[in-house]
Ligand binder design. Sequence first.
Ligand SMILES: [Zn+2]
Length: 305
Amino acid sequence: MKAVMYHYVREHNDNTPYFKALNIEDFRKQLDFFEQEYGIANYEDISNLKKGILTTKVYLTFDDGVSDHFQYVFPELVKRNISGIFYIPTLPYVQNKILDVHKTHLILGSTEAHKVLETLNTLILPEMLEHHDEFEKETYIYQTNDKDTLRTKRILNYYLSYKYRSQILSLLFEKFVGNESEHVKCFYMTTEQIEYMSKNKMFIGSHSINHPVFSRLNEAEQKEEIIESFKFLNTICNVNTLKTFCFPYGGSASYNDITLKILEDENCDFCFSVDPFDIDEHTFELKKQHLPRYDCNQFKFGQCR
Ligand SMILES: [Zn+2]
């Protein structure tokens, strides 16, 4: 089987000219392509993963709980009688906030990257940055970013100490995007929409609470992110029948053995990282808690434009 990951899928919007999203037309073309080449997993195929039964089809996954998934993706999957797994971070529902990772996308989506980087450089001091060599080499390998975007993303997501990050992002957000509480309502799916999808052959999984880099957290913090996010999702729909999680960011530097042990202890049926490989029965057993997953941009029609 091939697992494929999507984030934003939407129509072009003039208010966010630089926003990187897969156009809905390209999404449809890519689904046509997958259907012809490999077939796409339906409800039964995904359910069967619980028993370790695999097919050679493509399994669709959608990260971050953004409203695109209800508005554009869900109707398209229903029409084709196929299913997807939707991975939801829970902080937006508990605190009515846009996650830092999405603030970064919205900021970079509304303004040219070099302007953002210029402002960012005036806000940070060297002592606010933590250096991680592995993040320089192992992050964003499979994405196509220009130099300034890459630098901005690495600073905001990996280097800037969590102690200062929220504050700095809020300043950038106010300056380049606008009022946070106005944006939060339309940016994510509502709990009612999530519930409705789960009743209509879609699967809901956890994508943590805060969308952190797990390898930057200690064991207790990692546990809380995993256990509490499942607890919250269970108040919306039953996420225990097929219990699945995917790592924020997802590359091998973004989690560690502690993360895998917690997921195993929590009896997750399977979990996804980001790594461009197929999954056979052997891989499924061996890497159950960090199965490889392709980015949609690694296949025809999957590039943002
Ligand atoms: Zn994510």
